[in-house]
Design a protein around this ligand. Structure first.
Ligand code: SF4
Length: 502
C-alpha cells in the first residue's frame, strides 16, 4: 500500500487516527460527512479549478491514478500540467499545478489552498507549517523520481481582494514563495515519510489515544472506537476542561469518566461546578436575580431575528471579499405588546444574485423601528449587519440603529443564570430549545442546523435541480429559519413565566 500525501499529513496530526482511516475505514467513515465538511471539500475543488486560470493552457490529468499519462507529459516537457500524479515504490501524490521553467530547466510547483490569508489570523503559522510539509512531501517524491524542480509556491485567496463586477483571477489569489522553508524541511520530512510508511501496517493496531486527556472538541471520529469506556457525555464535556489539561488528566488517571463520579471536593471553576452539580443532581441551577435583570433589558415591541448566510470563498458579487458571508435569508417574529398576537415575517433570496438591497429593504420594512431585537449569538447578526453597512452606505444609519437595539438571548445561559442538566454544558439553541420547550424541536425538520441551511441555499441557487426540488429546498429553508426565531420566542416566554411563577 502506497502512503498518500493526505495520509502522511493526517499521520503528522495523529498516527492512531490515520491507522483507523486506512485499516478500519468503516469506523473512520461511520459518521457521514457533515454539510460543513462537504462545503469545505467543494470549496477546495472550486478554488483548485480557478487557480488553474492563473496558468492557462495546461493539460489536466483527469484520472487521479494516471501516473502513466503524467510520465508521458513530463517526458515531453509539457509546459503546464494540472493534477499530475506521481508514484514511487512507497509514496503517491498529486500536485495541483506544475509549470516548466525554461530558464531553469525545471518545474515550478504550485499548491492551491482555499484558505484566506487574513482570516487564517492566528492559524496562519500553523497553516504555513502544514503547507510546508504538504509541499515537502511532494518535492521529496518528485526528487525521488528524478523530476527536476525549481521553486515551490503556495497559491491562496487574497483576503484584501474586493470583487468588482467581474472576477479578477490575478487579484483573487496571492502567490507565496515557500521554496526556502520547504528546502529546510526536506530531509526531516523524508525521514518522517519513511517512518510513517513503516508504522502504518495492519499489525500495528493503535493502543491508547492521547486525546483521553483532551476536551471533547479535540476528539476525532475514532475516539469512541478507541475509548469505548468513555461515555458520550462525561468529564470530557465539562465546559473549558480542554484548557485545564492537568485537571482532566487527574480525572482520567483515576479512571473517572462519568460526571456522576466527579468527587465533590474536586477543584473546578464555578461554571464547571454548576454543570457537574446539575448532572449529578439532575436539578436545575437558577440565578433568578440575574435572569430578572436580563429580562428587564428587553423592551416592547420585541423582534426575534435570525439570519442565514453563505460564506463564499470566491466572492460572488461586487463589493464582496473572499469568505464574506452572503446574507440570503432572515426570519422575524414580532410581539408588539404583552397581549398581542405573535406575528411572523420572512425573507429568502432564492437567486444567485447579490441579495443586499432586497435583504435590507425587506428588513427595513418588516422590522419595528423601536424596541429590542433579540438574537441568539449577537456577534454573528451584528457582524453581518456591519458588513452590510460597509457595502451599502445608504443603510448605514438604519443598521447602526438596529445593532444598538440587539439583545443576545444566549447571554443568560452563557452567564449561567439558568443551568439545566439537559443542556450538557452547552448554550446552543439546539440544546436549550428541546430542553426547556419539549414541544419544539429541530428533529422533525429536513434542515436541522446552519451548515445544512447554507449548503441547501447554495445548491438551490447554483445547482441544476428540478423546479420541484428547488421548491422543496426553499420550503425547508423557510421552515428551519422560522423555527430559529420561534425558538427564541418560546425560550424567552419560558424564562418570563419562570420568574412570574416565583
Ligand atoms: S481522539 Fe485524538 S489521539 Fe485519539 S485517534 Fe483521534 S486524534 Fe488521535
Amino acid at each position: 500500500m502506497l502512503l498518500t500525501k493526505t495520509n502522511y499529513l493526517l499521520y503528522r496530526e495523529c498516527p492512531q487516527n490515520t491507522w483507523v482511516k486506512i485499516f478500519a475505514p468503516d469506523i473512520y467513515h461511520a459518521q457521514p460527512l457533515s454539510a460543513f465538511d462537504q462545503m469545505i471539500m467543494s470549496t477546495g475543488s472550486e478554488v483548485d479549478e480557478l487557480a488553474r486560470q492563473l496558468f492557462p493552457g495546461g493539460v489536466l490529468v483527469q484520472n487521479r491514478r494516471d501516473d502513466a499519462l503524467t510520465k508521458k507529459l513530463i517526458n515531453e516537457r509539457q509546459e503546464i500540467i494540472y493534477q499530475p500524479v506521481f508514484w514511487t515504490d512507497k509514496f503517491e501524490t498529486i500536485a495541483d499545478i506544475i509549470v516548466w521553467n525554461k530558464e531553469k530547466n525545471a518545474y515550478d510547483v504550485y499548491e492551491a489552498k482555499s484558505t484566506n490569508s487574513e482570516s487564517e489570523g492566528r492559524n496562519k503559522k500553523k497553516n504555513n507549517d502544514l503547507y510546508s510539509h504538504d509541499l515537502a512531501f511532494q518535492i521529496n517524491v518528485l526528487k525521488q523520481l528524478a523530476i527536476p524542480v525549481n521553486k515551490y509556491y503556495i497559491v491562496r485567496l487574497n483576503s484584501e481582494y474586493v470583487r468588482a463586477d467581474k472576477l479578477n483571477i490575478k487579484e483573487l489569489f496571492s502567490i507565496e514563495d515557500f521554496t526556502d522553508r520547504v528546502t529546510d524541511l526536506l530531509t526531516d520530512v523524508r525521514a518522517e515519510m519513511d517512518n510513517a510508511y513503516d508504522l502504518l501496517k495492519p499489525e500495528n493496531k493503535p493502543r491508547g489515544c492521547s486525546c483521553l486527556t483532551k476536551g471533547r472538541s479535540a476528539h476525532c471520529t475514532s475516539f469512541r472506537h478507541l475509548n469505548p469506556e468513555v461515555p458520550a457525555y462525561g468529564v470530557h464535556d465539562i465546559v473549558r476542561i480542554g484548557a485545564s489539561p492537568k485537571k482532566l488528566a487527574e480525572l482520567v488517571d483515576s479512571r473517572i469518566y462519568s460526571l456522576d463520579d466527579v468527587p465533590e471536593e474536586f477543584e473546578l471553576t464555578e461554571i464547571q461546578r454548576n454543570q457537574v452539580d446539575a448532572a449529578q443532581s439532575q436539578k436545575i441551577h437558577l440565578d433568578l436575580p440575574g435572569l430578572a435583570e436580563f429580562l428587564d433589558t428587553v423592551k416592547y415591541p420585541i423582534s426575534f431575528l435570525d439570519y442565514e448566510t453563505f460564506p463564499a470563498a470566491v466572492p460572488r458579487f461586487a463589493g464582496y471579499r473572499p469568505y464574506v458571508h452572503i446574507p440570503f435569508q432572515f426570519s422575524l417574529h414580532v410581539l408588539e405588546t404583552p397581549a398581542a398576537e405573535l406575528r411572523h415575517y420572512e425573507f429568502l433570496h432564492a437567486q444567485n444574485t447579490k441579495p443586499d438591497s432586497a435583504f435590507l429593504a425587506a428588513l427595513q420594512k418588516m422590522l419595528p423601528d423601536k424596541g429590542s431585537v433579540i438574537v441568539w449569538n449577537k456577534t454573528f447578526e451584528s457582524g453581518i449587519n456591519e458588513q452590510l453597512a460597509k457595502r451599502n452606505e445608504a443603510f448605514e444609519s438604519f443598521i447602526a440603529q438596529v445593532n444598538g437595539r440587539i439583545v443576545d438571548l444566549e447571554d443568560p445561559f452563557k452567564k449561567q443564570f439558568y443551568v439545566h442538566p439537559g443542556f450538557h454544558g452547552k448554550t446552543s439553541i439546539k440544546y436549550v430549545l428541546p430542553t426547556l420547550c419539549p414541544g419544539f424541536s429541530y428533529s422533525a425538520l429536513n434542515i436541522r442546523e446552519g451548515g445544512t441551511a447554507c449548503e441547501t441555499w447554495n445548491k438551490t441557487v447554483t445547482g441544476d435541480g428540478t423546479d420541484q426540488e428547488k421548491t422543496k429546498n426553499i420550503r425547508d429553508l423557510l421552515d428551519y429559519c422560522e423555527l430559529d426565531t420561534l425558538a427564541m420566542f418560546q425560550i424567552w416566554k419560558h424564562c418570563l413565566a419562570l420568574l412570574q411563577n416565583q
